[in-house]
Design a protein around this ligand. Structure first.
Ligand code: C5P
Length: 230
């Protein structure tokens, strides 16, 4: 039975709102995702606060830069005690392998995941940056590149999980956003699955934001989602 598979996306432009939400959550029932917006406002301190409270923190900064810079950034993230850190697979094999090396040589070793193709991309946008083939072909190619360079997994759409499991196997961490419990608002997501569907498809972790953060009772919403994972 899956446990602690939900990563709550703390998409807030205000430090206190994030802290208010986290005060209502329980570290044994979820992990937390700190992205670029909250990190730009509240910095390493808020990450360290969550880690000190016992939460696993996914630092979602999607690093993409020259290999040395990304490696040093991953080292800094590792030293904050985060559970997961990520890079863009399009940064290439050398960038990913140096990032992995920096993590392996750190005293604390977060899981390293890579973003393949952003889910906001459609076929036209992919072609406009010079990439041929379908989105799925590019996702699979970049996921294999990331795996071969030492990444532990990828962030992908739940709709891509089945093909990635068949092409890459089970020992590869698949983290999926775009999750909506049955009956909840879709918001701006397009390609969605329910938590249970995404787990059944083979996701390891579900990134869920608004269905929890904007619920009247966030902990109750989280508990209901966890129960639906049965
Ligand atoms: O509120 P919601 O559940 O839609 O939040 C989803 C989270 O996952 C947000 O933090 C969003 O930035 C992130 N995300 C996504 N799609 C991706 C990658 C990340 O929705 N492909």
């Amino acid at each position: 039975m899956p446990s602690n598979r939900v990563i709550v996306a703390l998409d807030y432009a205000n430090k206190n709102e994030a802290l208010n939400l986290v005060n209502q959550l329980d570290a044994s029932q979820c992990k937390l995702k700190v992205g670029k917006e909250l990190f730009a406002i509240a910095g390493p301190q808020i990450v360290e606060t969550f880690v000190a409270r016992g939460f696993d923190v996914f630092l979602d900064l999607k690093y993409h830069d020259i290999p040395n810079t990304v490696a040093m950034a991953c080292k800094a993230a590792a030293n904050m005690g985060v559970w997961m850190v990520n890079v863009h697979a399009m940064g290439g094999a050398k960038m990913i392998s140096l990032a992995k090396e920096a993590i392996v040589n750190s005293s604390h070793q977060p899981i390293l995941t890579a973003v393949t193709v952003l889910t906001s991309f459609d076929q036209d946008q992919l072609a406009s940056i010079g990439l041929s083939g379908t989105i799925e072909q590019n996702v699979v190619r970049l996921a294999k590149l990331a795996r071969d360079a030492g990444a532990d997994g990828v962030v992908c759409s739940a709709l891509e999980v089945a093909v990635l499991r068949s092409e890459i196997g089970k020992d590869f961490c698949l983290v999926t956003p775009g999750i909506r419990p049955a009956g909840s608002a879709v918001n701006d997501q397009n390609r969605i699955m329910t938590p249970a569907e995404a787990m059944a498809a083979g996701s390891d972790y579900l990134v869920i934001g608004r269905p929890i953060t904007q619920a009247k009772d966030p902990l109750a919403s989280l508990i209901a989602i966890n129960e639906s994972l049965g």
